[in-house]
Design a binder for this molecule. Structure first.
Ligand code: ATP
Length: 929
């Protein structure tokens, strides 16, 4: 007779997670740090002190575990006792229940991976630990045994075998059946089950093949207690509550025979991989389904007798507050389904706790599956997981409510049924034989040896497979066609992509070329700038040299003026003085004409040489100017021409490049329009590309236009700037120079006029002097004649004696003597004066030579420079054009041939000579200044 036993209820409270810490959600749950209490206190009011104690809610359970409770502690305290029952032959169920993200999966499964030494990690949950404990215990007990596993999922009220899938998504549909003994007897399905006729014939590649008995049967019970001891154990009825004979069966559920904990772990991992998990606001890996991992144990009891027991390990999906979890669409649907099934579970718990006459097991699949575990024949433990945070205190209260209620549920645990070894063996052998036979038949293709039912099922399966195969073939064909089409398209696209790549490459090349050209252009531009700088420097040096030249010119001018004026004045003064002296001897005459002629010649030749020298110096100076100026101007002109040429070349190159680019763009556009995406089904893409191309083209051409305009404007403005600045500076300089030169020229011209006037005055002076000398000579000759005639008369008058006497008389005649003496003295004085005049004239010639030398030195000092030549040439060229150029003949019209030093005022007698008045001399000097 079985004893009623309460469900064991434990509460596990984790620490606050990162989200709760981030939300600054305070801790409202009081639990021991590790374990040791059986009460959970929750203060939802926010009171402190005694008020808090009074107003807090208290929930009593069997065991309470705090945040520091380890997985091993939980296993030891809650799972291990139940495991012992299981190994004794009891059917056991362990459930984890609680709000989402409170640690249900962590508690039930935890870290299921093995470390390098094939041992479990500290974080391993209950299932891995049970598997290891089981095989360790079986090994210790050294009893014959068979262990099998199954893994089911309840997702959105749909049952799924998590171990069924073998790489494809086709799951066999699982169906729940429950039957009374009557229905079992009458049910064809039950008959099938009883006869162990239904097997899953799917061959397994691993050692974990579904094994008979029961394990591979189509019908599997959730509870191992089987009232029908004669059965082959593929069916097990389980007593539940008052209805002992109500049993749950799951059609098509597969069980896998395992021989080690590792194999069980592998199955667990495989099933978990297929479980519905999603990320929610509350949990990154939230389980969206309920799962049940079942371990079935056939353990040798006594002799040939084996005991069947089952351990159901249930990980429920978490209840969640949809508004808080932020679930939408699929997640919201899942949450609705989860909450619905949990609500039913809660009602079942309530009904069982309240010992209600009606327990709503059938209201959800979850409660139907757990029918035997809650109030049935199993030993059950429930672990309620909670969070300590205030944010979830409502859900925590609700969980604790159910947990404390569940504590009141009483089960009637029963030992599992016995199975005879021979039956087990027989079933296994039969199954093996069938499998072998099927295998052999298949291999030899000489027929089929199987039951009618099996054959029908096979046929049915075959038909299904055929249909599936046909569908698959059709699918493959259509997929192949699609693949072909896609391959063609891919090839076309690849080709066009290649072409496009080539075009892109060439475009890139063009762009690179253009960039190089732009770089070259910028270099040219730099060169131009440098040339402009050099030109500017030349201009400034030219200005400086012009300034220096002007200075020199001024100094030459002043020195020349000074020398010319002074020397000429001195010369004239001397001549005039001598003329005065000469005129003092009015009536005297002697032979001075040859000296005067010589002197005249010498002075004339000196003046001619002086004139020639001055003219030569001036002409050589001007010649230097004229020679050098064109060179510089030619250089400047060449530079400007070069700049022009370079600019034109650069502009031409840029224009060519721009037209190349524009052509490339046109080609690309043409190509994009004509060749790319011709397929109609790509129309939208084509339109889009065309639009994009147009936009690209538009923006590119805009860009190019901008660049072109910019470069063009830049070049033009540069060119214009250069020309303007050249023109401005040149014309400024020319203008300035012309302005400065104009008075100079006038002065030069006036000085030349003065020299000419001086020349004519000299000529007059010389003529006068000649005339004076001629008349003096005439007077002297006349005096001579008179003397001669007087002597002849005297001679004629007296004889020789008389002549002697007369001579004596004459000699004696003091007057005559004195007269002759006077005449001789005068003649000597005149002669000496002439000598003096001659030497003075010589001195004057020397002076003039000195003057000539000074002028030469001054002119030699002027080093004609290129820049002055430029300006001079420019000026003279300009003057030529305006009729202001240099005279073809020297302006110095000094004629030495007609050089006269005195002006003779010819009166009618031709004897009266006039001296130049002092006023005339002063007037001449002032004009010279
Ligand atoms: N006691 C604990 N100690 C350490 N970490 C824990 C504990 N409980 C839960 N966690 C961690 O909290 C996270 C959520 O846990 P878990 O996924 O097990 O919650 P759940 O209740 O199964 O949630 P859901 O119902 O959404 O599936 C996991 O990262 C888990 O490792």
């Amino acid at each position: 007779m079985s004893q009623d036993l309460n469900i064991t209820v434990a509460v596990r409270c984790r620490g606050r997670n990162q989200r709760e810490v981030a939300q600054k959600s305070s801790i409202v749950v009081t639990v021991p740090n590790v374990s040791g209490a059986n009460e959970v206190i929750i203060n939802t009011t926010g009171d402190v002190g005694i008020a808090a104690q009074l107003n807090s809610k208290r929930y009593t359970v069997d065991k309470v575990f705090g945040p520091s409770a380890s997985q091993s502690l939980l296993f030891a305290e809650v799972a291990q006792p139940l495991f012992h029952e299981f190994i004794q032959g009891y059917n056991c169920t362990m459930l984890v229940y609680g709000m989402t993200s409170t640690g249900k999966t962590y508690t039930m499964t935890g870290d299921e991976q093995l470390d390098g030494n094939d041992t479990l990690s500290e974080k391993a949950g209950i299932i891995p630990r049970i598997l290891f404990q089981l095989f360790d215990t079986l090994k210790e007990q050294d009893l014959d045994h068979i262990v099998k596993c199954s893994f089911i999922e309840l997702y959105n009220e749909e049952l799924k075998d998590l171990l069924d899938n073998d790489g494809n998504e086709q799951y066999k549909k699982l169906r729940i059946f429950d039957s009374t003994p009557d229905s079992r007897n009458n049910s064809p399905k039950l008959n099938q089950r009883n006869n162990a006729k239904k097997y899953n014939y799917k061959l397994r590649r691993t050692s974990m093949q579904p094994s008979n008995p029961g394990a591979s049967g189509t019908y599997t019970t959730m509870a191992g207690n089987n009232n029908n001891n004669n059965s082959n154990n593929t069916s097990a009825s389980m007593s539940q509550g008052s209805n002992d004979n109500n049993t749950i069966y799951i059609q098509n559920l597969q069980e896998f025979h395992i021989t080690s904990a590792n194999e069980g772990l592998a199955l667990l991992q495989k099933g978990l991989a297929h479980r519905q998990v999603a990320t929610t606001k509350m949990n990154d890996f939230s389980s969206r389904s309920h799962t049940i991992f079942t371990i079935t144990l056939y353990k040798q009891h006594q002799g040939e007798l084996f005991r069947l027991s089952k351990m159901n390990l249930v990980d429920l999906a978490g209840s969640e507050n949809i508004s808080r979890s932020g679930a939408l669409n699929q997640r919201a649907k899942e949450a609705g389904s989860i909450n619905q099934s949990l609500l039913t579970l809660g009602r079942v718990i309530n009904a069982l706790a309240d010992k209600s006459s009606h327990v709503p097991f059938r209201e959800s699949k979850l409660t139907r599956l757990l029918q035997d575990s809650l109030g049935g024949n199993t030993k059950t433990a429930l672990i309620a997981t909670i969070s300590p945070a205030k944010a979830t205190s409502d859900e925590t209260c609700s969980t604790l409510e159910y947990a404390s209620k569940a504590k009141n549920i009483k089960n009637k645990p029963q030992l599992g049924s016995f199975v005879m070894k021979d039956i087990l063996l027989k079933n296994v052998t039969t199954e093996l034989a069938k499998l072998k036979s099927d295998l052999l038949s298949t291999k030899s293709k000489d027929g089929v040896f199987m039951s009618q039912q099996h054959y029908k099922e096979m046929n049915h399966d075959m038909e299904n497979y055929k249909t599936e195969l046909e569908e698959a073939k059709r699918l493959i064909k259509s997929l192949n066609e699609k693949v072909d089409g896609l391959t063609d398209e891919k090839q076309k696209l690849t080709k066009s992509l290649d072409l496009q790549n080539i075009k892109t490459d060439s475009l890139n090349d063009s762009i690179n070329e253009l960039q190089e050209k732009i770089v070259a252009s910028s270099e040219t531009e730099n060169q131009l700038n440098n040339q402009i700088v050099t030109l500017n420097e030349s201009m400034s040096s030219l200005k400086n040299e012009i300034k220096a030249f002007k200075k020199k010119e001024l100094s030459i001018d002043s020195r020349f003026k000074l020398i010319l004026n002074d020397q000429l004045m001195i010369l004239k003064e001397k001549f005039l003085n001598q003329l005065d002296d000469l005129q003092a001897y009015d009536d005297e005459s002697f032979e001075v004409q040859p000296h005067i002629d010589n002197l005249q010649k010498e002075i004339s030749s000196s003046l001619t040489i002086l004139e020639t020298n001055i003219r030569d110096s001036y002409q050589s100076c001007i010649g230097e100017f004229l020679k050098e100026t064109p060179t510089l101007f030619k250089e400047v002109e060449d530079n400007v021409t070069n700049i022009n040429l370079l600019s034109t070349h650069f502009y031409k190159q840029i224009s060519e490049n721009l037209s190349d680019i524009s052509e490339e763009y046109n080609n690309l556009k043409q190509y994009l329009n004509d060749r790319l995406f011709q397929n109609n089904h790509e129309e939208r893409l084509g339109n889009y590309i065309n639009k994009t191309t147009e936009l690209m083209e538009q923006s590119s051409s805009n860009l190019m236009e901008n660049v072109k305009d910019m470069v063009e404007n830049y070049l033009l403005s540069n060119k214009q700037l250069l020309i303007d600045s050249m023109q401005r500076s040149t014309s400024d300089i020319i203008e300035q120079e012309m302005k400065l030169l104009k008075p100079k020229k006038q002065k030069w011209e006036s000085s030349i006029e003065l020299i000419n006037r001086c020349d004519s005055l000299s000529n007059t002076y010389f003529n006068n002097m000649n005339n004076t000398l001629d008349s003096t000579k005439g007077n002297i000759n006349m005096s001579n004649e008179k003397i001669k005639k007087s002597v002849i008369k005297i001679n004629d008058r007296f004889s020789d004696q008389e002549r002697d006497e007369r001579r004596d008389v004459i000699t004696k005649n003091k007057n005559i003597k004195d007269n002759i003496k006077q005449i001789v003295e005068k003649t000597n004085t005149l002669k000496s004066r002439f000598d003096e005049t001659h030497s003075l004239a010589k001195y004057s010639v020397n002076e003039i030579n000195g003057l000539d030398k000074s002028i030469r030195t001054i002119l030699h000092d002027i080093e004609p420079t290129t820049t002055t030549n430029i300006i001079e040439q420019n000026i003279f060229l300009k003057d030529n054009s305006t009729g202001m150029g240099p005279r073809s003949k020297s302006p110095l019209k000094i004629s030495s041939n007609n050089l006269n030093f005195s002006e003779v005022e010819s009166n009618n007698n031709g004897t009266k000579k006039r001296r130049l008045s002092r006023d005339e001399i002063d007037g001449f000097a002032s004009t010279q200044k």
